[in-house]
Design a protein around this ligand. Structure first.
Ligand SMILES: Nc1nc2c(ncn2[C@@H]2O[C@H](COP(=O)(O)OP(=O)(O)OP(=O)(O)O)[C@@H](O)[C@H]2O)c(=O)[nH]1
Ligand SMILES: [Mg+2]
Ligand SMILES: [Zn+2]
Length: 377
């Protein structure tokens, strides 16, 4: 159930040991995260039917949380212990998290802005996703550049991407946007489909396997929830029309949730991504721009930045017209952006570290006095 398999069972045994064998602790998958808290469903090999529980972060597990990615994300498999029901409070007993089973993949982006106080500004999108549909729609939403960013995100996460052009019923000739996408997708397959007419749906199904977890990614209004409903064969999630004027979505879906379809497929629907800030390194970006990476190996200088250096093979290809100008500009922007964010992050991360240290260390004052008495800053 919910994608549990032998390799999860192995991990659970290794980490949970006898408490797991005695069923004191059991596996549960995080299916929904709301502002008010997280919900998980019980899983594992015991024949018992799945039940839902509220996740509680406390005790040793909570104390061990140092970074945002240490927190449970949607799709995570947890080992939990049911707190004994309180005889006075008749509400359901919460599930105390003991451990997160090692993730098979982790989709994350940089959180926008530094106000979140996250040490590394990372925002988890989902854990243990097998395949992600990187969606862009025919019409106003169409953006090969956004698909490139999503591809880089997948590269950094261990998720298999599949590029999807949605709403092909709206295009006069879908071959044009499809070939634009093929230009930017490297070896990643590109599928055109319409949840409205059903075109391309059979082809999509060929890529999906029961028990696998599929994530739908793309900006608001591309048709993620509509596709989820089409795959399910009935209405699971709310959808709403895009804005008349500019064709933008209206952010209908407001939280991340995993749905288990009758076919056994598990689908993550999530809010539209407003911006895709990369949580990647240069290698992930290069993987999305293989033609640039290939040219770079012929540059005169090994640390060539491909901006103005003499003997730069990338600039030469640009000049000769064999490298697409748009691809080059977008590649440069992504590289610059991650370099800028890395620099900004170092300072902010240090500040967060300092604040945390101050809060945790009860002997802080004494320590500072001691340091001061020894003439240290
Ligand atoms: N013509 C056409 N319209 C579609 C198709 N798929 C979705 N739509 C419409 O596009 C609009 C937005 O669809 P949603 O499924 O709500 O989009 P979403 O990606 O879930 O948007 P958010 O939840 O805001 O992120 C709805 O009016 C859908 O009916 C399609 O294949 N063809
Ligand atoms: Mg939606
Ligand atoms: Zn160069």
């Amino acid at each position: 159930m919910w994608g549990w398999n032998e390799s999860w069972e192995e991990q659970a045994l290794k980490i949970g040991g006898s408490a797991y064998l005695d069923a004191e602790i059991f596996p549960a998958r995080v299916v929904e995260i709301q502002k008010s808290g997280a919900t998980a469903v019980s899983g594992g090999t015991s024949g018992a039917s799945a039940k839902e529980g509220r996740i509680l972060l406390a005790g040793a597990f909570a104390e061990g949380i140092a970074l945002p990615e240490d927190l449970p994300a949607v799709g995570d498999w947890l080992l939990v212990r049911e707190l004994r029901a309180d005889p006075i409070n008749t509400g359901d007993a919460p599930w105390l998290v003991q451990a997160i089973l090692p993730r098979k993949s982790f989709l994350a982006r940089r959180a926008a802005g530094s106000r979140h106080g996250d040490a590394r500004f990372v925002q988890a999108l989902a854990a243990n996703v097998d395949t992600a549909l990187l969606m862009t729609a025919c019409g106003a939403d169409f953006s090969p550049g956004r698909v490139e960013r999503l591809l880089a995100l997948c590269h950094a996460s261990g998720v298999n991407p599949l590029v999807v052009l949605s709403k092909i019923d709206l295009a006069r000739d879908p071959e044009v946007p499809l070939s634009d996408l093929a230009m930017v997708s490297g070896g990643t397959p590109v599928l055109g489909l319409s949840a409205a007419t059903g075109a391309g749906m059979a082809e999509l199904e060929l890529w999906l396997k029961p028990g696998g977890t599929l994530a739908l990614l793309g900006s608001s209004g591309v048709g993620k929830s509509t596709l989820l409903n089409a795959l399910a064969g009935h209405r699971l999630a709310e959808t709403s029309p895009v804005r008349e004027g500019d064709g933008k979505g209206v952010h209908t879906t407001s939280h991340r949730e995993l749905y288990r379809l009758r076919s056994g497929l598990i689908v993550l629907d999530s809010p539209g991504l407003r911006e895709v800030q990369l949580w990647t390194d240069d290698a992930d970006i290069d993987a999305v721009f293989p033609e640039i990476a290939a040219l770079a190996s012929s540059c005169k200088f090994r640390d060539c930045t491909h901006r103005k250096e003499p003997g730069c093979a990338v600039l030469a290809a640009l000049e000769a017209g064999s490298l697409d100008q748009g691809r080059y500009s977008r590649w440069r922007k992504m590289i610059q952006e991650t370099a800028f964010l890395d620099r900004r992050e170092d300072r902010a991360a240090a500040a967060v570290e300092r604040a945390k240290w101050k809060a945790i260390n009860k002997a802080g004052k004494a320590l500072r006095r001691d340091r001061a008495s020894r003439g240290m800053p």
